[in-house]
Each structure stands twice: as C-alpha cells, then as structure tokens.
Write a protein that binds this ligand. Structure first.
Ligand SMILES: O=P(O)(O)OC[C@H]1O[C@H](O[C@H]2O[C@H](CO)[C@@H](O)[C@H](O)[C@H]2O)[C@H](O)[C@@H](O)[C@@H]1O
Ligand code: MG
Length: 252
C-alpha cells in the first residue's frame, strides 16, 4: 500500500477507533525532513501542537521512538514531553518513569579517540549522544568506506554492550541492550499503550524492529521514503511531508 491508500488507511483506522490504536513515530526522516547535519533539522511550527492534540485523541498513546537522545527529542517538541524512547530504544520515558544510560569511562575515552581521528576526515561529523556516538559522512561521502572500517574497529573496542548501527549516511555505536522493537514492547507493558494495537512509522534500518512488532501484533507498519530499501513494513509513504499531512489531518 502506498501514499494515498496508506494515508487513507491510517486516517480511517484512527478516526474510527481512536481507543484501539497506539502510534509510534520516528523523528529524523519521518516527522522531520532530513537535513545536511544533525543540528540543521527544522521542526515546523505547528507540529508539536498537532502531535499533542493527536496524543490526546489517542488517550496519550503516542510515543516518539528515535535514535536521538531523549533529552534532544524533548527539546525539539517542547513544551510537550511525549512518551519517548531514545538512543534506538536504550533510553525510555514511559508510565514507569525514565530510564537513561550512562556512558562508561571507557566509552568516553573511545568517543574522544574517534573525535580526534575524525579530524583527519574533513566533513565527517561526530555526534556525541552520551551513551551513543554517531559518525556522519553526509557532507563527505568519500569517507564512507574508511569510516565503516574504523567504526567496525571501534565497535570491537567498545565490546558487547555496544552495537554498530547503520543508518542514513551515518555509522553509530549505540547501547546493544535494546532496539526500537524492544522499546515498543516496554511501552505495551503499561497504560496508556497496554492492550492497544500499534501503528509504526519510520524511515530507516533501525525502524525495522518496530515494524516487526507492529506486524506481529496485527498493527500497521509504514516505511517512509522511495521504494528500494527492503523492508518488512506493509505500507509506504514517499516523504516526511506526507507523514506530517497525516498527523495534521488526525489532529484536526
Ligand atoms: O531514529 P531517528 O529519529 O530517525 O534518528 C536517526 C538518526 O537521525 C539523525 O541523523 C540523520 O538525520 C540527520 C538530520 O536530518 C542527517 O544529517 C543524518 O545524515 C541522518 O543520519 C541523528 O543525527 C542521529 O543521532 C539519529 O540516530
Ligand atoms: Mg528516522
């Protein structure tokens, strides 16, 4: 299912039975257009309020599920503080409170070594996310191969508590203990998510684990972007703009 059909499906499902559904939304490339650098993203002025109204319609069962840190996600959508899973599922704020992850001294040293090494790769940006770190090559695609090799090396150094996460023009080291799919299961343990059916929308490899949970629970999974990348999502929306149209229509 694509664009018009996928949009129509989500609108009718949620508007007809708002008490039945829970929505799980990725941020970069899904709610927001991709930008040249991590901090260059723009949050459309109306979006935080629309998400808030939609969340109210769903009885609070709307969560952000992102590779960003929880604190960064909160900044983007303030003054609202939605239930959120950050660092690809490793951090979570749900009804049970907030769980974050601390970087160990060894991981701090690793981030320092990576940042120093990246000075030799002009245009490569290192994003320090606390217990995760991202090496972005969007501005310097010529370094993709070397960066991939080096990030495999740093992943080995980091040990089994960290995993290498591939993304859009980025290699990340993230806490290995939890994926976005695991985060969904944790949301489902308590209200307002308990006993609801998931609608998941995401654009990247990291979102596949939440699509799998949505499919297994009889829900809806939507991958954003052009057809091409293999995905277990059952529907497609070709752009973040279309995602925001769905959010606006559901919030109205
Ligand atoms: O799970 P998400 O909410 O989609 O976060 C995934 C990563 O998004 C960010 O990087 C990506 O978006 C940047 C801004 O558009 C872009 O410049 C970059 O090339 C993309 O990879 C973010 O910086 C990462 O920390 C997130 O893990
Ligand atoms: Mg994304």
């Amino acid at each position: 299912m694509q664009d018009d059909d996928a949009t129509q499906e989500m609108l009718s499902l949620v508007l007809e039975e708002p008490d039945h559904w829970a929505m799980f939304l990725d941020i970069d490339g899904t709610l927001l257009n991709l930008a040249p650098t991590p901090d260059a993203i723009e949050v459309p002025e109306a979006l935080p309020g629309q998400l808030h109204r939609l969340s109210n319609k769903l009885g609070g069962a709307l969560a952000l599920v992102t590779g960003r840190s929880l604190a960064y996600a909160d900044e983007l959508f303030k003054p609202f503080a939605f239930p959120t899973a950050g660092l690809h599922g490793a951090e979570i704020r749900n009804a049970s409170g907030m769980q974050t992850v601390e970087a160990t001294a060894e991981f701090q040293a690793l981030k320092h070594a990576l940042t120093t090494e990246a000075e030799h790769y002009p245009g490569v940006l290192i994003e320090d996310k606390g217990a995760a770190v991202a090496a972005h090559y969007r501005l310097a695609p010529e370094y993709e191969k070397i960066l991939e090799e080096r990030m495999h090396h740093y992943a080995e150094l980091a040990g089994p508590n960290w995993a290498l996460q591939l993304g859009k023009m980025v290699f990340e080291l993230r806490p290995a203990r939890s994926s976005k799919g695991d985060a969904l299961e944790r949301f489902f343990q308590s209200d307002p998510f308990k006993n609801r059916c998931p609608i998941t929308i995401g654009d990247d490899l990291t979102d596949e684990s939440m699509f799998a949970i949505a499919n297994a629970r009889g829900g809806v999974s939507v991958r954003v972007g052009a057809i091409g990348a293999p995905s277990c999502a059952t529907s497609r929306l070709s752009s973040s703009a279309l995602v925001r149209n769905v959010i606006a229509a559901l919030a109205a």
